[in-house]
Design a protein around this ligand. Sequence first.
Ligand SMILES: Nc1ncnc2c1ncn2[C@@H]1O[C@H](COP(=O)(O)OP(=O)(O)OP(=O)(O)O)[C@@H](O)[C@H]1O
Ligand SMILES: [Mg+2]
Length: 417
Amino acid sequence: MDADFIPGRHSSESLTVAIIDQDPSYRADINRYYEHSDDLVSVIFQGETLTDLYEYLGSNTVDILLINVEATKADPAWYRNLLTYDTQKIILVAEQLHIVQETELIHENVDLIYKYTPMGTYTQKMLSFTPIGQDKDIFTSVNAAAKEHTDKKISLFYSPKGGVGTTTIAVNTAAQLTLKDKDVLLVDFALFGHVSVAFNLPQGTKGLSDVVTYLEQGRQDDEELDEVLRQSIETVSLQGKKLSVLSAGSPLKMAALSLDHTDRIMEALQRLDYDMIVVDSSTDLSERNISLMSNATDLFFVLTTDVAANWSMLSSVDIIRKLHRPLQNRYLIINAYHDSIGFPISEMESMLSMKVSAVIPHKYEQVQGYANRGIVMAEKPALKINKHYRSIANLIEPMFEKKEVAKRNGLRKGVLA
Ligand SMILES: Nc1ncnc2c1ncn2[C@@H]1O[C@H](COP(=O)(O)OP(=O)(O)OP(=O)(O)O)[C@@H](O)[C@H]1O
Ligand SMILES: [Mg+2]
């Protein structure tokens, strides 16, 4: 058997490669190898820095980029910049094994190789592809069957980054569902929850504190637990309609919530008679949040454009993926989007491999102004931003009319590819 045998190859077309590395002898070795071996791959460009490469790509197309990791350090935006060219694959080359271990791969189309590897392995890496643009749905996932079969919807609002507007969206989405006559329970599972502040609930509202204390006592009686929960829930009035709110407990109590206890609370909440449950959470990857992520039927991941450019958050996407809830609906919401940012949402989608489901515009004066005065925006039906919160509520339960929601969920033409 010949491991190098290539089945069915007739054409003489080859894949083009550009090499960025400081070491001319390394570049020459690769160049020479492909000159003298079969014609599958041909090196068409060599350079020392990314600047050389950007210039070349300005007027040429290259299939595969072989870039020394060291060269990427000069430009933190290298990946975003390279995305604008028609390249199929980027292979990062690490000279030391510790770099191989430390480098975080940020996209399916970026691969990593140890520099001093036999050429056969280089060739294999070059010839395996995931088509760009076809993998956007690996995180976002909308499951029609799940929508039909879950009677108790649990919508979780989560962000790996603080201050992006998660609570504002959770509160206003719950409010819009209430205005459509849904019997909604809004639960604040954040470490430092401030949903109670949004509704001007009296200071000293116990919220989940008593519930956590009850669970800490090791009591197993479900009926008792349900009763403690009922006692902890308050109702607020929105245009004469009732929204039930279960506020967060003290930060110490919230931090103590284990996976099992959070699971038990979520089970108990489903026994209470609500049409749907909306959950606000904080950024920590605690057991509490892992439980919430796996209990949610609809998971809303909230980001702003500046945060999405930060790849470190991909680890939480990874965890959500690993929880493997095939029937869970998952959505990515971009909050506080500003036209002048000039950061195309399509770029964000390909960086994160997620499809954006809705975009909420930046309206600081409105959002903050009403918050400062202790008014929930749902009390002002004419307020335009409410259309955006209705768009999100409509993802949970499609029951709004076209004119009530934002056009194309705020995904305007031009902003999105
Ligand atoms: N669409 C928007 N446009 C402008 N400002 C907004 C928007 N949405 C929320 N904000 C503002 O952003 C700030 C943070 O909002 P919020 O508390 O909802 O975020 P969060 O992600 O829940 O924060 P935390 O990490 O503290 O829980 C608030 O000042 C809020 O008024
Ligand atoms: Mg919050």
